[in-house]
Design a protein around this ligand. Structure first.
Ligand SMILES: [Zn+2]
Length: 378
């Protein structure tokens, strides 16, 4: 009511049209609204809107802790808001438990980067000052992860209006892209080759390989999606790595957006070595921090998600792969992917790249600055 009165009072002024236009822009132009929210968050600090000053603001604000408290995530629909609250309540009453874990490099020397993910779920993202690996810490314990994946995960993370056919077709397209990446880097044909995928969902990626003449086998813990894939004639089943063991060794194993969800990725990768032929290929793709620019429009808070234990870079993904006993043979930066083969030895856990912390921080900062430069015309 108060707001309506304000508009009416403006009508009696000479410049009422200008003010009315301002109001319309405020209401419908979401970046301005977001900037307005930012002002509220940090109090009365001056924010001048041009590239240079905004950059300074970001530096200052990050030092002051702004980066930690920012709320630049998704606008959730009512159903997702309920799920978010549910997770919050379960965490508050310790039904969902978190435990501290050291970095994969063994260090406990973290810098806190963010306290919320893209859904607004409270989870700490830290960067290891030793090796530059970005991870969620503390992170959910094993029972919590089981419950979260069974109860909230699928509905919270599914978009495109739950259009499963569209999702399947997207996966087929990703499969074709993986094929292209392999062909561009290796003399590899798919006819009569055995291809495994762990975390296959509906098996859309494997469909692309099947169409090229490969023998496919996929496993996933989610029954619903597996049934859909099976109804499309794909040879996939509910199961895990152990399930694939009975089918022998593969020429190619695909892990598409899987290992960032796994608490012990090095152990996991070592565990699947026996599933791969000696000269076989392992294709691993994750949402690397390098893809924040391209796939998340530089918004770090659209990138962070509570289901991810790790936010790898090409460098830290390479570290994990090498520690697990693989050689990275091809890096595909645009897709956050690495194609590797079995190595003769494992990289030592303490063999880290001490320069990487600075690289990762500079990359995040660049993303943030680019993101805010979009406000320059407000
Ligand atoms: Zn580390």
């Amino acid at each position: 009511m108060k707001f309506i009165e304000n508009i009416f009072s403006v009508k009696n002024e000479n410049n009422h049209k200008i003010l009315t236009i301002c109001w319309i822009k405020f209401k419908f132009y979401s970046p301005r609204k977001e900037l307005h929210n930012l002002r509220n968050e940090i109090g009365n600090q001056s924010i001048k809107v041009n590239n240079q000053v905004i950059s300074e603001f970001i530096d200052l604000a990050r030092e002051e802790g702004y980066f930690l408290s920012a709320n630049r995530g998704f606008n959730l629909n009512p159903e997702k808001k309920v799920l978010k609250e549910q997770i919050k309540n379960k965490t508050n009453n310790h039904e969902y438990k978190m435990t501290h874990r050291s970095c994969l490099c063994g260090a406990n020397n973290d810098k806190l980067l963010a306290i919320r993910d893209r859904y607004g779920i409270e989870i700490n993202t830290v960067i290891c000052k030793n090796c530059g690996l970005i991870r969620s810490n503390p992170y959910y314990d094993e029972k919590t992860l089981n419950d979260f994946y069974n109860i909230e995960y699928r509905e919270l993370y599914t978009f495109v209006n739950n259009d499963k056919e569209k999702f399947f077709n997207n996966q087929v397209n990703i499969g074709n892209k993986i094929i292209e990446n392999i062909i561009n880097n290796f003399s590899f044909t798919f006819e009569n080759k055995i291809v495994y995928e762990i975390g296959t969902g509906m098996g859309g990626i494997l469909k692309a390989f099947k169409d090229r003449g490969a023998t496919i086998k996929g496993v996933d813990l989610g029954k619903e999606y597996i049934e859909i894939g099976k109804s499309k004639g794909l040879d996939i089943e509910v199961g895990s790595t152990e399930t694939l063991g009975k089918y022998g060794q593969a020429d190619l194993i695909i892990l598409n957006h899987v290992i960032e969800h796994i608490v012990n990725p090095v152990d996991f990768l070592m565990g699947i070595k026996s599933l791969l032929k000696e000269d076989g290929l392992l294709y691993i793709a994750v949402p690397t921090i390098e893809t924040i620019q391209t796939n998340y429009r530089n918004n770090i808070f659209h990138y962070l998600q509570n289901a991810h234990v790790y936010n790898f870079s090409q460098e830290t993904l390479t570290y994990v792969i090498e520690c697990a006993g693989y050689n990275p043979n091809a890096h595909i930066y645009s897709d956050g992917a690495i194609i590797c083969k079995k190595a003769n030895k494992n990289r030592a856990v303490d063999d880290i790249n001490i320069e990487h912390y600075n690289y990762a921080m500079a990359l995040l900062k660049k993303c943030d600055m680019t993101f805010y430069s979009e406000y320059k015309n407000i």
